[in-house]
Design a protein around this ligand. Structure first.
Ligand SMILES: [Zn+2]
Length: 341
């Protein structure tokens, strides 16, 4: 048998694992129609369904080469604990990105006050879980919530993840409410810094991207989900020009394959620029692993093995393996490596 290639495990920096249940389901003509179906699915969840179904999906992630996950969690504390147990079973390192949700969505997503939210974060931290702060979005949180959460995250040096600029309507509503675009609001409320990850940033303008770069914040791109939901194209060339760190996520879990996320990212940048090799392979692998780990505050996470004897890699020269991996393989080349960190 050919010697396996050992790589750092891929890091899934953004997952809503319960949404895996929607795979293949017809859920309406646009993002907002899909969101209704997604909320109905969220309402169905209990600690027991999370414990069982997340374990299955984390197992699917582990088999695809993701050995760490940022679970962007808005289903409640007992369900958060169940998610952490499920990840442990699957051998996946988890950072629970506990969501703050003030308005909209489902009643079960919401806390009564930002004080209640901060208390939930402290409770889970005291139980020994790796936790990050996640004000859901500018749709779901008012300005004072961002200020309070930004303060806690920076004092406690916690990761801060937030959806922003996913849909044009969200940007318009933010401008109407605050006179600011979403990433401008994050900057003004102390929520942008080196431990911040902005998820999507699809419709960010140049000034917003400048703010990300100036504050050392990252973006998390989720190309298979963004494509599936019709979000638009991530501003890849403009992120690249500014040297903004990029990580990846399986988000809605319509597809679970880190190589496909990275390939979509690179080939979208090629289509946009008319160039090739926009991000080199080492950079893409760094997006897939180290940047994700940094975004989740992780120092150690399991490695993976690539089956170099797999038919997808037949005839590939040893020096070309990494390029062939990104451009020519799906996650079926990942061997079920040890679950040791
Ligand atoms: Zn998301």
């Amino acid at each position: 048998m050919a010697d396996p290639l050992v790589l750092p495990g891929f890091v899934n920096a953004h997952s809503h694992t319960f949404q895996r249940a929607l795979r293949g389901r017809r859920t309406g003509g646009d993002f907002w129609a899909w969101r209704e179906a997604m909320i109905a699915e969220a309402e169905r969840q209990t600690p027991e369904t999370v414990r069982r179904e997340y374990a299955e999906t984390y197992d699917e992630m582990r088999a695809a080469g993701y050995t760490a996950v940022g679970e962007f969690h808005y289903l409640g504390l007992p369900e958060g604990r169940a998610a952490a147990e499920a990840a442990g079973d699957a051998g996946v390192e988890i950072t629970l990105l506990l969501t703050a949700y003030a308005r909209g969505g489902s009643a079960r997503f919401r806390q009564a006050s930002v004080g209640d939210y901060l208390e939930q974060v402290e409770t889970l931290r005291a139980e020994g879980l790796r936790v990050g702060c996640a004000p859901h979005s500018v749709r779901a949180c008012p300005r004072d919530w961002f200020e309070e959460i930004g303060r806690l995250a920076s004092e406690a040096e916690l990761p801060l993840h937030v959806h922003a600029n996913e849909q044009p309507r969200e940007v318009e509503e933010c401008l109407a409410e605050h006179g600011l675009r979403p990433i401008e609001l994050l900057a003004e409320t102390g929520c942008l810094g080196p431990r911040t990850t902005v998820v999507h940033a699809t419709h960010a303008d140049d000034r917003e991207l400048d703010l990300l770069a100036a504050h050392g914040a990252r973006v998390c791109l989720c190309p298979t989900t963004e494509g599936n939901l019709g979000d638009g194209f991530a501003p890849l060339m403009r992120l690249r020009e500014r040297g903004v760190g990029i990580c990846i996520g399986s988000d809605s879990n319509v597809r679970i394959d880190p190589l496909e996320e990275l390939r979509e990212l690179e080939t979208t940048a090629r289509r946009e620029s008319g160039r090739r090799e926009v991000f080199d392979t080492e950079t893409l692998l760094c997006f897939g692993a180290d940047e994700g780990a940094a975004s989740l505050g992780l120092e150690r996470w399991p490695e993976i093995e690539i089956d170099t004897g797999h038919r997808s890699l037949r005839g590939v020269e040893p020096g070309d393996l990494l390029d062939a991996l990104i451009l020519g393989c799906s996650a079926e080349v990942v061997r079920n490596a040890s679950t040791e960190a």
